[in-house]
Design a protein around this ligand. Structure first.
Ligand SMILES: [Zn+2]
Ligand SMILES: [Zn+2]
Length: 135
């Protein structure tokens, strides 16, 4: 089992399986929402995730629905319109020590990377936009 929560623990979730992959997204929306150089997303099957309380949804673009905790503001999820069966969960919300979480395998949207951030050599593949095979 994998579980997680926002910073104030108002929003919690569980899944029966670990994430299929982690990806670091450097796009402007992820960067601004995270208040950080990038957002790490953990990808799950949408029908495998169970919520105690649903996070508040919003749309930054016409391609995806994002969500956050209405109490503490933690970033919670992103679901792409073109792939509603997958849900990206903010990896920082994952509980530690329950399941083996794979390290991020890709950096995406590096064409929008913060100029002040120096990306270290971490072995993850790099893409200017979407990575092939990621929906
Ligand atoms: Zn919260
Ligand atoms: Zn992004």
């Amino acid at each position: 089992m994998t579980s997680g929560s926002c910073a104030c623990r108002y929003i919690t979730y569980t899944t029966s399986k670990p994430p299929t992959y982690l990806v670091n997204c450097h796009c402007t929306t992820c960067r601004k929402q995270a208040g950080a150089p990038y957002q790490t997303w953990a990808s799950f099957s949408a029908d495998d995730i169970r919520w105690t309380t649903k996070p508040t949804e919003w749309r930054a673009t016409d391609t995806a629905t994002r969500s956050f905790c209405p109490r503490c503001g933690s970033i919670i999820t992103m679901v792409l319109d073109r792939d509603p069966m997958s849900i990206d969960v903010a990896a920082g919300t994952l509980a530690e020590g329950e399941t083996q979480i794979p390290p991020p395998s890709r950096h995406i949207f590096l064409q929008e990377k913060a100029s002040w951030y120096h990306l270290p050599e971490d072995g993850a593949k790099r893409w200017d936009e979407w990575a092939p095979g990621l929906s």
